[in-house]
Write a protein that binds this ligand. Structure first.
Ligand SMILES: Nc1ncnc2c1ncn2[C@@H]1O[C@H](COP(=O)(O)OP(=O)(O)OP(=O)(O)O)[C@@H](O)[C@H]1O
Length: 319
């Protein structure tokens, strides 16, 4: 499986043949040129498919053969947008798109992500939803969506560049992330999983800094004010960074292990409301780990109270 870093290299080196591995990873994409004439059993099915194709599946996208990544929900494929220009005789394609396709047990996750992107996908600084339920290789893909193809994420970027090079980009990256977060908050959502690996960029600019920086991965996003469950694995264990003061009645919920949850009858002991402080804390922590600095602006809004990654022996970012 190609990671984004590899996709970026290919992008830099335009002449490299990218379809070399064929497309074993495109099981949903059928060759529409197949003859079904011998298959009487399936003829009813075929008619249905063709009708659907005519109604819903003209134009759309084509896979390039590149797999951009895999998540717990399914797979991200690189695609190109088909542009039919009749007078042009040749079919043109627009590069730079990606489609996120769920496995059967990831459908709910992607439906959730689509619902969030319906509301925040037009924000600057947020990964856009270019199209939902798109046609890819002439097949309608429900519960999937098309977005831009990104060159990399900040986690890989930070590991590739030396501290000095990173430092030069700090303000530029910071501003882009803040724009994305601010817009999400304004529309009533917190991201809830802010970390370097969930922040993508389109390209490296001439100054060596990431450009087109966006928040991605909205699987844990919550509406502001909605209750979140501190002991729930989905809401809590995978979010990594939590502002302690949000968990009322607890001294330090981060020291509590899963066994505690079992002993004490489940995850509904303490509830907290989703608050943008969760994003601020995560972002502040991310800045600390990439740039080694405390951002005063964030510190001020966060106010007193520790903020840091979970687990025993957690480091407190702000005392
Ligand atoms: N639009 C895109 N352009 C390029 N690569 C992408 C794109 N979307 C996802 N990827 C790649 O696919 C991987 C998985 O995608 P995503 O982060 O959405 O899923 P995830 O289940 O949250 O994965 P992870 O566990 O890595 O956070 C990413 O780490 C990235 O490498």
């Amino acid at each position: 499986v190609r990671s984004m870093g590899q996709a970026e290299n290919q992008h830099d080196d335009q002449d490299v043949e990218t379809g070399d591995t064929g497309s074993p990873h495109t099981p949903r994409v059928k060759d529409s040129g197949l003859s079904f004439e011998g298959l009487d059993v399936a003829s009813g099915l075929l008619e249905e498919n063709m009708e659907e194709k005519e109604e819903d599946c003209t134009g759309g996208y084509e896979t390039t053969g590149n797999v951009l990544g895999e998540g717990t929900y399914g797979t991200v494929y690189e695609v190109e947008k088909k542009i039919e220009k009749k007078w042009y005789k040749r079919r043109q394609r627009q590069q730079g798109f990606a489609v996120k396709v769920p496995e059967s047990d990831g459908i709910k996750d992607l439906q959730k992500e689509i619902a969030v992107l319906d509301e925040v996908g037009t924000c600057d600084g947020v990964m856009p939803m270019v199209e939902k339920s798109p046609c890819v290789d002439d097949e309608k893909l429900p519960n999937s969506f098309v977005t831009k193809r990104y060159a990399g994420d900040l986690y890989k970027w930070a590991r590739r560049f030396k501290p000095r090079a990173r430092a030069r980009c700090y303000r530029k990256v910071y501003n882009q992330v803040v724009a994305g977060l601010q817009c999400m908050w304004d529309r009533g959502w917190i991201h809830n999983d802010v970390k370097a690996g969930n922040i993508f960029y389109e390209r490296i600019g001439q100054d060596g800094c990431p450009e087109g920086v966006v928040l991605a991965d909205f699987g844990l996003s919550r509406q502001i004010g909605h209750s979140i469950r501190p002991f729930d694995e989905e809401d809590y264990m995978s979010a990594y960074y939590v502002v302690e003061s949000l968990f009322y009645g607890m001294e330090d919920p981060l020291k509590i292990r899963k066994s505690f949850e079992k002993k004490n009858g489940g995850g509904s002991v303490v509830r907290a409301a989703a608050d943008k402080k969760i994003d601020l804390c995560s972002f502040a922590y991310m800045i600390d780990s990439i740039w080694g600095k405390a951002e005063r602006t964030l510190q001020k809004i966060l106010g007193p109270g520790p903020c840091g990654p979970m687990g025993s022996g957690r480091r407190k970012l702000y005392p």
